[in-house]
Ligand binder design. Structure first.
Ligand code: IMP
Length: 437
């Protein structure tokens, strides 16, 4: 089997973009299978930083087919901006080369409409201290309309006659929510302008719209290698994350199948990406959070500010209880540990190995956030290390204390360590096993 799924094992921001960029060297097709532009996948090549919100991170390799799968929600405005940015940099031929566009947008994907964003923000504002801390990109309301079976799909967006009908229907519901929340409702000119703009955007995207599942299956049958690129992380999964402080899509490896329109037999190995420590952006439980100077130092050294919203990320120690859960629910076969360099110079390093609640040791990661808010992490302390080389050719190039730390994490999680990241740039990672072999 030569395909693989790459997912986040924590609360997102694990560095999946740079890992997917590296693995894309060997892949032929790269597929985003859920979420939308709440994601911000950062890739640094020759000192140039690119943040991708919707287009798969494989796009930085010129010959790869990139697919935005049916499980995604697409803001046409943002996607067109991203496509134009990539085109201006010579990475995407919007006039479409001889083989047709190398970006495929699933015809079944749902569209994020302007009122989804307004509802998202109005709802968060109304929740006050009970807010989720969403990215405000309309992701939740778009998935809600999908589940309510009134969503606009990409194949509708490209049909000008259908846009008005869907939008008027959707606005009726959005307006009722906005009215209840004292938000600004849509009517008259604003509504007509929205419809006209969406029609225009649909026509611009049309050349890329196709049956994503069929295209992926076709490539696989022709012996091509497919890499499925997850967004967010296991603990933000709608069903298995720290509900209700989660995103509104399924982030787990199994969803790569449903979210791409291919059978689970195509998925291959499951690579979980995790940072050498933990971060979380937005509200919700975070048992190993550091709210002191050390947490601030991690944030500054690790550049822990949201790639999408710029918000400061919360920081903390690695949490093996949560990670064991993520490994189990994703069926992880391989680990990629990123940002090891950020831990250099921090003195002793702690890792949570168990949770206690009211003096009782928990067997598993709790599903109820009320319990999770009460857990007391049990820590194991490791001696720190001072520096990590900018590039490494083998684990032997790392300080012994860093090797011990990695070894402990790998052994605790019980799956092979396949990639270690020691810096943000392309090439600043050591590949120990070929995940797409
Ligand atoms: P939403 O996905 O915008 O609805 O936000 C729901 C929660 O998921 C919030 O806590 C966000 O901060 C978090 N979230 C969504 N996307 C990402 C991501 O790509 N990285 C990290 N956190 C995310």
């Amino acid at each position: 089997m030569s395909n693989a799924v790459c997912i986040g094992a924590q609360w997102g921001d694990e560095g999946k973009g740079r890992i997917v960029d590296r693995l894309s060297e060997q892949a032929d097709v790269v597929v985003r299978f859920h979420g939308g532009n709440n994601a911000g996948h950062t890739v640094v090549v020759d000192g140039v930083t690119t943040i991708l919100h919707l287009v798969p991170s494989g796009v930085l390799h010129k010959d790869k087919l990139c697919v935005i799968g049916p499980g995604c929600v697409i803001d046409p405005e943002v996607l067109l901006q991203e496509m134009e940015m990539l085109s201006a940099r010579g990475l995407l031929d919007l006039g479409a080369g001889a083989g047709g566009p190398r970006l495929v947008i699933a015809d079944q994907a749902h569209v994020i409409l302007p009122f989804h964003k307004r509802v998202d923000k109005a709802r968060e504002a109304a929740k006050g201290t009970r807010k989720i801390g969403t990215t405000g990109r309309g992701i939740g309301p778009a998935y809600e309309d999908k589940a309510a079976r009134r969503g606009l799909r990409v194949h509708d967006l490209v049909e000008p006659d259908r846009v008005a009908e869907f939008v008027r229907h959707g606005v009726m519901y959005a307006n009722s929510v906005l009215e209840a929340l004292d938000g600004e409702v849509y009517r008259g000119e604003e509504l007509e302008h929205m419809i006209a703009r969406l029609r225009e955007q649909g026509q611009k995207l049309k050349p890329c719209v196709d049956d994503a599942g069929a295209r992926i299956a076709e490539a696989h049958a022709a012996g091509k290698r497919v890499l499925f690129e997850g967004a967010q992380g296991a603990l933000l999964d709608l069903d298995h994350g720290t509900y209700p402080f989660v995103t509104s899509s399924n982030c787990l490896a199994a969803h790569a199948s449903v979210g791409s329109g291919v059978g689970p037999n195509l998925l291959g190995r499951v690579l979980a990406v995790l940072k050498a420590y933990s971060t979380r952006v937005g509200e919700g439980p975070f048992p190993t959070e550091l709210t002191d100077a050390q947490g601030e130092a991690l944030r500054q050294k690790g550049g822990e500010f949201g790639a999408t919203t710029g918000r400061p990320r919360r920081t903390g120690w690695l949490d093996l209880v949560a990670l064991k859960y993520a490994v189990r629910i994703n069926g992880v076969t391989d680990l990629a540990i990123t940002k090891l360099d950020v831990l250099a110079g921090f003195g002793d390093i702690k890792v949570a190995t168990a949770y206690d609640v009211d003096g009782v040791r928990l067997k598993n990661f709790p599903h109820d956030v009320r319990t999770l808010n009460k857990v007391v992490p049990v820590y194991q302390t490791f001696p720190g290390f001072d520096g990590v080389p900018e590039r490494i050719a083998s684990l032997d190039d790392l300080p012994p204390a860093a090797r011990r730390y990695l070894g402990f994490v790998q052994e605790s999680l019980g799956v092979r360590l396949s990639i270690v990241g020691v810096g943000p740039g392309r090439g600043q990672e050591l590949v120990l096993n070929d995940v797409l072999a």
